[in-house]
Design a protein around this ligand. Structure first.
Ligand SMILES: O=C(O)CCC(=O)C1=CC=C[C@@H](O)[C@@H]1C(=O)O
Ligand SMILES: [Mg+2]
Length: 311
């Protein structure tokens, strides 16, 4: 089967920059691809790299698209190399959309987690997310001084309703001592703190494995399992706590499905700040593969002016 292929680079400005230990992220660029089959059916895909997580860069994705012929086949799509995981996701989900009608898609049973801004801004942001129905919130740590952040955590815990859940994401920005301080602190709030995400850098796997066996607060790997190779690797090395999966950069959806069906892993699906095109494809996977009823990290619409554009 041959498909007419075209693509374009788009960018969206965050209304509120995403501030993490990686730095300040102001503009989200991605590549929207379009496939048209022989019957004239059109489908869309999105390539939304996060190179500092270990996916390809936007430039590498654009170079890949530029060197493709105007007419491509499913063989070309399934041959996309593992060094281009965001391209694998974008092309394969566009192909899937041609083969299935995604109207049947329903992810209304999913719970969503709302992303809070880093620092004390979180204290006046959670209320309107709560009013929108969010019961789970994620807050970035490892951005400001630890004493200040621990104090803000106390205020957040005091303010949040009993039934609310809080996730802390350090983006690998803590050192061993700080990670232990945070875990000790969180062990005092077993009902409110759901997990700490990527407390240590990617190269500290064995330290995180040890911490996950010592503290009761769960640890979720994110940057450590950004691509399918890393996901399989951490599983092989014994990780059985939480895996954050960002479908937009993990790689081939069919290979991800196979891995999640082979291994009953505790998984949290997470956004890569994609548009509605990538979001629909990612939430389809989350609806199929989510486990333990964990909220999906796609409560990010308030990070873009208005709603995310339907390109
Ligand atoms: O996972 C979520 O709840 C929302 C998405 C999110 O937090 C992130 C998306 C992309 C890069 C990072 O800034 C951040 C993360 O580390 O999980
Ligand atoms: Mg994260």
């Amino acid at each position: 089967m041959k498909y007419q292929f075209s693509f374009r680079n788009i960018s969206q400005k965050f209304t509120r920059p995403v501030i993490t230990n990686h730095g300040v992220w102001e503009i989200r660029e991605s590549v929207i691809i379009r496939l048209v089959d022989m019957t004239g059916k059109v489908s869309w895909g999105e390539i939304a790299p996060i190179s500092w997580f270990g996916s390809e860069t936007l430039e590498e994705a654009l170079d890949f698209c530029h060197q493709l012929p105007r007419e491509i086949t499913s063989e070309i799509i399934f041959d996309i190399p593992n060094q281009l995981p965001a391209c694998q996701f974008g092309f394969e989900s566009a192909l899937e959309n041609l083969q299935e009608n995604h109207e049947s898609l329903n992810y209304h049973h999913l719970n969503f987690s709302g992303l809070l801004p880093a620092g004390k801004a979180a204290l006046n942001q959670w209320q309107n997310l709560w009013k929108q129905g969010y019961k789970t919130f994620k807050w970035k740590i490892g951005v400001n001084d630890i004493t200040e952040e621990l104090a803000i955590l106390n205020l957040l815990i005091d303010q949040l309703p009993e039934s609310a859940k809080l996730r802390l994401d350090a983006n690998g920005g803590l050192d061993d001592n700080a990670a232990k301080l945070w875990l000790e602190k969180c062990d005092n709030f077993p009902n409110q703190i759901e997990f700490i995400e990527q407390p240590l850098p990617v190269d500290k796997f064995s330290e995180m494995l040890e911490l996950s066996n010592y503290y009761s607060t769960k640890i979720a790997l994110d940057e450590s399992v950004a691509t399918l190779q890393q996901l399989e690797n951490c599983y092989q090395q014994g990780w059985r706590s939480i895996f954050v999966i960002k479908p937009g950069i993990v790689g081939s959806p069919s290979r991800l499905r196979k891995f999640c069906q082979q291994h009953q892993i505790d998984v949290v699906f997470s956004s890569v700040f994609e548009t509605a095109i990538g979001r629909q494809a990612a939430l389809k996977l989350a609806a199929e593969l989510s486990s333990n009823n964990r909220a999906v990290g796609f409560g990010i619409n308030h990070y873009f002016t208005g709603s995310i554009p339907n390109v």
